[in-house]
Design a protein around this ligand. Structure first.
Ligand code: ADP
Length: 708
């Protein structure tokens, strides 16, 4: 009975574990060797079971030989497994693996030949096979291989890091236990006590090893399964208990009442049951979860937390700190760090749990990023090699590359878990989801940093440029002031000699120095008109210089507009007559009173009428007035050359002259209208004009009415 239970258990557990391990990672050599080992243990268990049956002697001998073959196959598997674990590829060199396999095949053939067991002896119901010289092959390939396996594993154990040590430890314990038990049951008990009673336990011992190996390979998977099972069982049990209590209480209540109320009470009981059971069950499920899932977390919660951090944090330093804190707390990670590549420096770091900055060389960093190719590097799953070596040196359990398309921004590295546990598949899944998200967030933060830096330099440059400009502007203003002063002084000094010249010329003309000889008359006339021009120019310049220096003073008073105009026109009449032009002035009222500075007003009229005369060859020049609200508008109209539209815009600007007039040689400075506008505006009036080429112009200005 024990035999059949033992063999069924061994066969089913071995097969289940084999398939589970194979399914977990069919490509891994470790997993494949393990699967093969599982099958061979199942096979061995069946054969052992057969040898314990009352069979014919020659059939029994066949099964005993077959069991030796199965043992050799198992030992070979054990040797390879110990040598390969935890790698995904067979790491044994061919010069070793080929002889080992050849020897195993020879051993297997020998096992089936009459050389290992020459025959059978049955005494006192005990079956005793007679060993032959071929037994030496079993000692090498059966016992020898599995003992070598132990040796290799022991060496690996001593030279591995914490996580690998944990893995190997279980395997080593299982392996040693299996050997001790097998040797005890199959040799010591058989030889010393002459009993094969424990022989049937052999496969059970092998199973011990198989389970420990499965645990080592599938550790986190099994851990998760263990949790799941524990949770489910507890939950089911508690739920059943609760249901039973409920049912007992509620079903017994009717007994306390009379028959007639029974239906009513049953309905009430059913309703209470229906409405209260579900919430209680939820409460229970939460309670069991909190007990069995203490270190666990909800994937959605963590993802949401990380997403909200990446969405709301733009400053790189804050982003790194928040993400590290979240990960370290949720996954119970002892150490974690961001290593971000920066243009200026080799890299920037933000860490949690590490006492000192990580010292990863630029070369190693690039190697890790390159090896990662967009998916996290998991130390556990890496082949032995330079990358794994780098991770081992820096105690990195996981390295996540922060790359966006082809841009490489660095790594997020995680150390081991505080509990020493391996990262669960849930952890890895979450990490795989957040890695690209973090990479984009880091990229954005880096860009933001750069813009900040750029803004700062820009601001500094603008500030320094503004400072330079301010200085230059100040200097320019100073120079301008000097120029104005110079012009003012120069013109002021010019005024006196020019006035003297004009005075003496008048005296000569009037004959104060005797009669002027006829041949001097014309040159003197020329001299006189040139002096008039010079006086005008000097006056204009002086006017501008005063205005610029803000020394031009306007003293407004009540002025009779028509009187001033008449006086000014009288002075200009000779000039108009000289060009056969008529001068007209029509005054609508006798007392047209305006608020103005009489001297400046004279200048204004003089300028406008002089221009009208200068730029007309025929026709009449008329001065008219119109009263508009509290303003009096004066129009000076001519029938002269007019002004083309393209020349009208700049007419009132300093030194502006219409090109055609310059070309014609008409004398002028381009200052008259500029001064007129300034004077009018200073007296609170406005000036404008309308003109049509070849049809004449009308210049108009307004002045406030004097209300006195
Ligand atoms: P200036 O007469 O000394 O050249 P102004 O400032 O008085 O300077 O006039 C500027 C320009 O406006 C003149 O060159 C002339 O071409 C034009 N202008 C002024 N008044 C008239 C007018 N009544 N008819 C035609 N053109 C005029």
């Amino acid at each position: 009975m024990i035999d059949i239970i033992s063999v069924t258990t061994v066969v089913s557990v071995s097969l289940i574990l084999s398939l589970l391990t194979y399914h977990n990672n069919p490509k891994s050599a470790t997993n494949r060797i393990f699967t093969f080992l599982g099958f061979s243990i199942a096979f061995w268990a069946i054969v052992i079971y057969a040898t314990l049956q009352p069979l014919q002697q020659d059939i029994l001998l066949f099964f005993i030989r077959l069991s030796m073959l199965a043992a050799i196959v198992m030992s070979t598997c054990v040797l390879f497994l110990c040598h390969t674990i935890p790698s995904n590829k067979i790491v044994m060199k061919k010069k070793f693996s080929i002889p080992i396999l050849t020897l195993a095949i020879i051993g297997s053939i020998t096992a089936m030949s009459p050389y290992m067991f020459t025959g059978l002896e049955i005494s006192n119901g005990n079956v005793e096979p007679t060993p032959g010289p071929g037994m030496i092959m079993f000692l090498i390939t059966g016992l020898g291989y599995s003992v070598s396996g132990i040796g290799i594993l022991l060496r690996k154990y001593l030279h591995s890091n914490k996580t690998l040590k944990l893995k190997i430890r279980y395997l080593l314990i299982g392996l040693i236990l299996m050997h001790v038990l097998l040797i005890w049951a199959n040799f010591i008990v058989v030889i010393v006590f002459k009993s094969s009673a424990f022989m049937s336990f052999g496969p059970l011992f092998a199973l011990l090893f198989l389970i420990s190996a499965a645990y080592a390979i599938l550790r986190h998977r099994l851990l998760e399964i263990r949790l799941l099972v524990a949770r489910t069982i507890t939950f089911t049990l508690v739920t059943l208990l609760l249901a039973a209590t409920y049912a007992t209480i509620l079903l017994n209540i009717p007994r306390l009442f009379d028959q007639e109320y029974h239906t009513l009470i049953s309905i009430a009981a059913a309703l209470i049951l229906a409405y209260t059971f579900a919430p209680l069950k939820d409460l229970l499920s939460q309670a069991t979860d909190s007990v069995f899932h203490k270190s666990g977390y909800r994937t959605e919660d963590l993802l949401e937390q990380i997403s909200s951090t990446t969405r709301s944090t733009i400053n790189l330093d804050n982003l790194m700190k928040k993400v590290l804190d979240t990960l370290a707390q949720t996954m119970h990670i002892s150490q974690a760090a961001f290593v971000i590549l920066d243009d200026d420096k080799p890299y920037v770091q933000k860490r949690t749990g590490y006492d000192q900055p990580l010292k990863i060389s630029q070369k190693h960093l690039s190697a890790l990023i390159k090896a990662a190719k967009n998916t996290p590097l998991i130390f556990e799953e890496l082949e032995e090699g330079s990358v794994k070596e780098i991770m081992r040196d820096h105690h990195l359990a996981i390295a996540m590359p922060l790359t966006v398309k082809t841009a490489k921004h660095g790594l997020l590295v995680l150390g081991e878990k505080s509990s020493g546990d391996i990262y669960t598949s849930q952890d890895l899944q979450v990490l795989e989801i957040i890695t690209p998200q973090l990479a984009v967030a880091v990229q954005n933060s880096l860009a933001y940093d750069q813009i900040q830096k750029f803004n700062l330099t820009l601001k500094e440059e603008v500030q320094s440029a503004t400072k330079d400009l301010k200085k230059a502007n100040k200097e320019l203003r100073h120079l301008d002031k000097l120029k104005d002063e110079f012009v003012y002084i120069a013109t002021h000094e010019l005024k006196n000699p020019v006035t003297a010249i004009k005075g003496y010329l008048s005296l000569i003309n009037e004959g104060s120095f005797g009669s002027v000889p006829p041949k001097f008359k014309d040159p003197i006339k020329q001299l006189d008109s040139a002096t008039v021009q010079l006086v005008n120019l000097v006056n204009d310049l002086l006017q501008i210089a005063r205005s610029e220096a803000k020394t031009l003073k306007i003293h407004t008073q009540e002025v009779n507009l028509c009187e001033i105009i008449d006086a000014t026109l009288a002075g200009l009449k000779p000039v108009a007559d000289g060009k056969d032009l008529k001068l007209q002035h029509s005054c609508p009222a006798k007392d047209l009173l305006v608020k103005a500075d009489p001297e400046r007003l004279k200048e204004i009229i003089n300028n406008l009428v002089s221009n009208a005369i200068k730029y007309s060859d025929q026709g009449t020049i008329s001065v008219t007035h119109a009263i508009q609200d509290d303003q009096i508008v004066t129009h000076v109209k001519d029938q002269g050359v007019g002004i083309a539209p393209k020349n009208q815009k700049k007419l009132f600007t300093r030194f502006y002259r219409v090109e055609e007039e310059v070309a014609k040689g008409t004398p002028g400075t381009g200052l008259g209208l500029f001064i007129v506008r300034q004077l009018v505006e200073k007296m609170h009036g406005r000036i404008w004009f309308t003109s049509k080429k070849d049809h004449g112009s009308t210049f108009s200005f307004s002045l406030p009415v004097s209300k006195k």
